[in-house]
Design a protein around this ligand. Structure first.
Ligand SMILES: CC1=C(CCC(=O)O)c2cc3nc(cc4[nH]c(cc5[nH]c(cc1n2)c(C)c5CCC(=O)O)c(CCC(=O)O)c4C)C(CCC(=O)O)=C3C
Ligand SMILES: [Fe+2]
Length: 371
C-alpha cells in the first residue's frame, strides 16, 4: 500500500524514523523543496566553530580543532599565544550570543515562533549537547545556520559533518537541513558594504579616495580549494562574488584585491596565496599609500580577525608606510540578521534556494590525515 503523506510526526516516533521525512531530508542535511509540514515542531540552530573561555581551555580547544589535520605543534603553540593575549578567551562566543539575541528579536518581530539553539564544533556548548536538548524539547526538524557564508570543507562540509555526528551521537533526534550559503544575500553584502564605507571614512581625507581596497578571507590548502563546491574552487568564486558586490555598493569601479590570511599547516603544503602581509609589502613597493582591509571571509570579528589583521597586518602596514584601516564584519548588522530570517522563511516555504547554494554530498571532501 502506498503510504500517505505524513504531515506531523506521530507522538513517540522519532522524526528520522518517518520515511517521508527521511526522503525529504535525505536522512541529514539536504534542503527540502517541500513546504514545512504544518504542526512540525521546528527550531533554528546556530552552528559555530567554538572558542576557549579561559587560559586552561586554550590547548584542549586547539587539540579539538586540529585533531587529525596535520597541524605542526609549533603552530599550535603560536596560536595559543594569540589566545593568551586575550586572557585565553575567544571573542567568538560573545559574538555568537549577540547574533542569537538579534535573531530571536528579528524572528519575534516578524511573528515567527521558532526557538533558537546554539552548538559548536570545537568547544562548549557542543553541537552534540545542543542536539540532545533539541530532542528533549521535542523539536522534530532543525534549520542549521552555520557561522560561515561560503563553500569549502572548513566552511561548509565540516558543518554538515558536525550535524551528522550530533545525530549519530544522539541516535537520531530531529531531522536537519543546513541553510544555503549566504555570501550573496543582500543583507550580508549591505553589512559588509556599510563596514567598508565606515573604514574608508576613518582614513585621513588625503588618502580616502585612493586607498587600496583589500578583501581578506581565511587561506585554505590548495587541495581543499580545488574540491570546494561541485565544480571545484567554489570558495574563491563565492568570495569573489561577495567582494564584487560589496565594492559595487561602496565604490563602483574601484580596483580591489582578494587575498588570504591566517594560513597554518606545514610550509611544504601549498595554501591559497598571496598572504595579506606579503600583499601589503607588494602594494607599498608599487607606490600605494593606504589600504583598507575588509575581512569579508568571516562573519564576526573573532580572534583570527582581531589578531591576524589588527595586530599582524597592521604592523606590516606600518613597517612599509601604508596608512591602514580595517573594516568590521557583518556581526549583528540589522540587514544581515534580516537576510538570515528571509533565508529561513524561504526554506520553510519550501522554495528552491534562490540565494547561494548548498553543497551536495559529493563535494568539498578532504580526508583527515592519518598520523
Ligand atoms: C575557511 C576557514 C574558516 C572560515 C569558515 C568558518 O568560520 O568556519 C575558519 C574559521 C575559523 N578558524 C578559527 C580558528 C582556527 N582555525 C584553525 C585551523 C584552520 N582553519 C582553516 C580554515 C578556516 N577557518 C583551516 C583549513 C585550518 C587548518 C586545519 C584544518 O584543516 O582544519 C585553527 C588551528 C590553529 C591554526 O593553525 O590556526 C584555529 C585555532 C576560528 C575561531 C576563531 C576564534 O576563536 O575567535 C574560526 C571562526
Ligand atoms: Fe580556521
Amino acid at each position: 500500500m502506498p503510504r500517505a503523506t505524513v504531515d506531523i510526526t506521530p507522538a513517540g516516533q522519532r522524526p528520522d524514523e518517518d520515511p517521508s521525512l527521511a526522503v525529504r531530508n535525505n536522512g541529514g542535511a539536504e534542503p527540502s523543496t517541500e513546504p514545512a509540514p504544518p504542526g512540525r515542531r521546528e527550531a533554528l540552530l546556530v552552528l559555530s566553530f567554538g572558542g576557549p573561555e579561559g587560559h586552561d581551555d586554550v590547548l584542549p580547544f586547539l587539540e579539538n580543532v586540529t585533531r587529525g589535520r596535520g597541524i605542526p605543534r609549533e603552530r599550535l603553540e603560536e596560536v595559543a599565544e594569540h589566545y593568551h593575549h586575550f586572557g585565553g578567551v575567544s571573542p567568538i562566543n560573545d559574538q555568537n550570543k549577540a547574533l542569537i539575541a538579534a535573531l530571536e528579536k528579528e524572528l519575534a518581530a516578524a511573528g515567527i515562533d521558532l526557538p533558537v539553539y546554539w552548538g559548536n564544533r570545537n568547544w562548549a556548548p557542543y553541537v552534540e549537547d545542543a542536539w540532545a536538548q533539541l530532542a528533549e524539547d521535542g523539536i522534530q526538524h532543525v534549520y542549521v545556520f552555520p557561522t560561515s557564508a561560503y563553500a569549502s570543507f572548513s566552511g561548509c562540509r565540516q558543518y554538515h559533518e558536525d550535524i551528522a555526528r550530533a545525530r549519530v551521537s544522539h541516535g537520531g533526534g530531529p531531522t536537519a537541513e543546513k541553510l544555503p550559503h549566504y555570501f550573496d544575500t543582500p543583507g550580508f553584502v549591505q553589512a559588509n558594504a556599510d563596514a567598508l564605507a565606515a573604514a574608508l571614512a576613518s582614513l585621513p581625507a588625503e588618502v580616502r579616495d585612493t586607498a587600496r581596497l583589500v578583501a581578506t578571507a581565511h587561506s585554505i590548502p590548495d587541495t581543499m580549494a580545488a574540491v570546494a563546491g561541485p565544480q571545484g574552487h567554489a570558495y574563491e568564486t563565492e568570495l569573489l562574488a561577495a567582494v564584487e558586490r560589496v565594492v559595487a555598493e561602496v565604490a563602483p569601479g574601484r580596483p580591489f584585491d582578494l587575498v588570504w590570511q591566517s594560513r597554518s599547516g606545514p610550509p611544504s603544503v601549498p595554501w591559497l596565496e598571496p598572504d595579506v602581509n606579503d600583499h601589503l609589502r607588494t602594494l607599498a613597493a608599487s607606490g600605494e599609500t593606504a589600504v583598507v582591509l575588509f575581512p569579508v571571509g568571516f562573519i564576526s570579528d573573532h580572534l583570527e580577525v582581531i589578531w591576524d589583521l589588527d595586530n599582524e597586518a597592521k604592523e606590516t602596514a606600518q613597517e612599509v608606510g601604508l596608512a591602514f584601516a580595517r573594516a568590521g564584519t557583518a556581526g549583528t548588522h540589522p540587514a544581515f540578521v534580516e537576510s538570515i530570517r528571509l533565508l529561513l522563511e524561504e526554506r520553510r516555504a519550501g522554495g528552491l534556494p534562490r540565494l547561494g547554494t548548498n553543497c551536495p554530498a559529493s563535494c568539498c571532501f578532504v580526508p583527515p590525515r592519518r598520523s
